[in-house]
Design a protein around this ligand. Structure first.
Ligand code: CU
Length: 83
């Protein structure tokens, strides 16, 4: 599976792919960052940059988040399922 990730903002963001049964909005948070337990890959993007992230993902539920401090809490998370 290939994620084509584009950061169209001017500040840094990232994409972390986490395999977990926990819903995207329910990850544990500590000091402004979500738990990355189950992380299978990530990519960090400076403002305006694009990158490709290739991962071999098994079937199941995943959570996609940006875990720059405070960003998860601001709503940068998404449920994702591989069928
Ligand atoms: Cu972000």
């Amino acid at each position: 599976m290939t994620f084509k990730v584009k950061n169209s903002a001017s500040i840094e963001h990232e994409l972390v792919v986490i395999k977990t049964n926990t819903p995207a909005a329910k990850l544990k948070v500590k000091n402004g960052e979500a738990s990355e337990a189950g992380s299978v890959g990530e990519v960090e993007l400076g403002g305006g940059s694009s990158k490709t992230l290739k991962l071999n993902l098994k079937k199941g539920h995943y959570v996609l988040i940006c875990n720059v401090k405070g960003h998860y809490m601001a709503g940068m998370h998404k449920d994702f399922t591989v069928k």
